[in-house]
Design a binder for this molecule. Structure first.
Ligand SMILES: [Zn+2]
Ligand SMILES: [Zn+2]
Length: 149
């Protein structure tokens, strides 16, 4: 999960606002931003292939970024912040702080990801259960030479 605190050098994403960013949230990239991300990733992969001397066909890379797998930061100053619940979600590519709608926004953000509830471990067969030891005796305290002059 990304931090809601913005980089120190970022400025607010609200139109016409140049205040320093106080927090950030995420939105999906526009088509142009996604093209730039993919081009940068391809250039980096090409550079890795060139530096490694591999032929490119045997170098394993993961899939290229898509609109579903990457996000862009939206910055808000202290006057142009979304509510915390909204800021935790990923917004549409068109989302910018809109002073008329704050602390809401014009888009419908994606729902928060659900984390699976961990299942309790299966019971172990007999012989595999270790009972914790009873209270261990206190270790003997060595005499401190500094205490006795
Ligand atoms: Zn602002
Ligand atoms: Zn939004």
């Amino acid at each position: 999960m990304s931090t809601p605190f913005a980089a120190a050098s970022a400025t607010c994403s609200a139109p016409g606002c140049v205040s320093p960013a106080a927090a950030q949230w995420r939105r999906r990239p526009t088509a142009a931003e996604l093209d730039a991300v993919v081009a940068a990733e391809q250039a980096q992969r090409q550079r890795i292939i060139e530096l490694s001397g591999a032929d490119g066909g045997t170098t394993a890379f993961g899939p290229l970024p898509t609109a579903e797998t990457c996000t862009q930061a939206v910055y808000g100053c202290v006057q142009h912040l979304l509510g915390l619940d909204l800021a935790a979600r990923i917004h549409a590519s068109t989302c910018v702080p809109d002073p008329a709608r704050l602390p809401g926004c014009a888009c419908t953000p994606e729902p928060l990801p659900t984390t699976p509830v961990p299942q309790p471990p299966a019971p172990l067969p007999s012989g595999w259960v270790v009972t914790p030891p009873t209270a261990a005796p206190e270790p003997a305290q060595p005499a401190s030479p500094a205490a006795s002059p």
